[in-house]
Design a protein around this ligand. Sequence first.
Ligand SMILES: NC(=O)c1ccc[n+]([C@@H]2O[C@H](COP(=O)([O-])OP(=O)(O)OC[C@H]3O[C@@H](n4cnc5c(N)ncnc54)[C@H](O)[C@@H]3O)[C@@H](O)[C@H]2O)c1
Length: 271
Amino acid sequence: MADLFNYKGKRVVITGGATGIGAALVDLLRTLDVEHITVLDIKKPAGDVDVFIETNLSDKDSVDAAMAQLDGRIDVLFSNAGVAANAGVRACMAVNVAASRRLVDGLLDRITEGGTVVFTASMAGNGWPAQVAEINALLDIADWDEFLDWCEAHPEVVNDVYGFSKMCMQVYVMRKSHEAIRRGVRINSICPAPVDTPLMKDFRETMGDKVIDWSVTVQGNGRMAVAADIAPPLAFMGSDAASFINGVNLLVDSGFTAAMTTGQVDFSGLA
Ligand SMILES: NC(=O)c1ccc[n+]([C@@H]2O[C@H](COP(=O)([O-])OP(=O)(O)OC[C@H]3O[C@@H](n4cnc5c(N)ncnc54)[C@H](O)[C@@H]3O)[C@@H](O)[C@H]2O)c1
């Protein structure tokens, strides 16, 4: 049974493995006997990785060059890199969405049957049902530049660009998983609440301390998640233990969404 969670013999690719959640995932997968880790990142990872491919995920040519350098079989793709709204609409939508789906489109045929893709989406994307028509229209645009042009041309839709990017990823998981499972590949995401990583500084700048601190205070255990809280659910989703899970956006939010959905959240801290 324990072998279901093990990564023995598995070759994985991780985007954003230099810091935060991705770095914690690298450390965890090493303890799970992973065979080979390739990291695609703009920064060099300090962790124990086999191959580092310097990649700027906001640049289509850099994404393509990284894919061309990837060698051998891929069992699990963790598309985890992300940036906040202060990166700007184009870069935020490129890194968080366009690069993620370009990697899936480019690598799907190379992912082994029984393999999987796991995205790090976010609880910040939970609002997708209210904008699903616009998100579907955007996701129908295959071309990289046209996709980003659409985002810049629709500020009324993309006004909270980070949240919107994560809405797109939650919808993308549901759209793409249906096609992928026919090739034997599962596609899911993990949707964390705020996590204490280097990105938190950017979230505090763009969302404000009040919203972040409030969301942490009202969630189940009243503390902010750390990267080590998020790496295990990612590893689980990528493991054989999740072999019948497909098209799922798994909340890792200590019950925040459950409390919101059932009207149990106290908003007075936001006033
Ligand atoms: N920290 C949070 O509160 C939180 C909450 C929910 C979801 N997430 C998501 O988790 C994922 C990981 O974020 P994190 O919190 O670990 O932050 P982080 O900043 O520590 O990690 C992001 C990683 O992505 C890499 N990266 C950034 N821009 C890049 C680019 N242009 N090209 C290539 N690599 C790039 C960084 O170098 C870093 O290794 C992101 O997708 C983020 O949106 C974070």
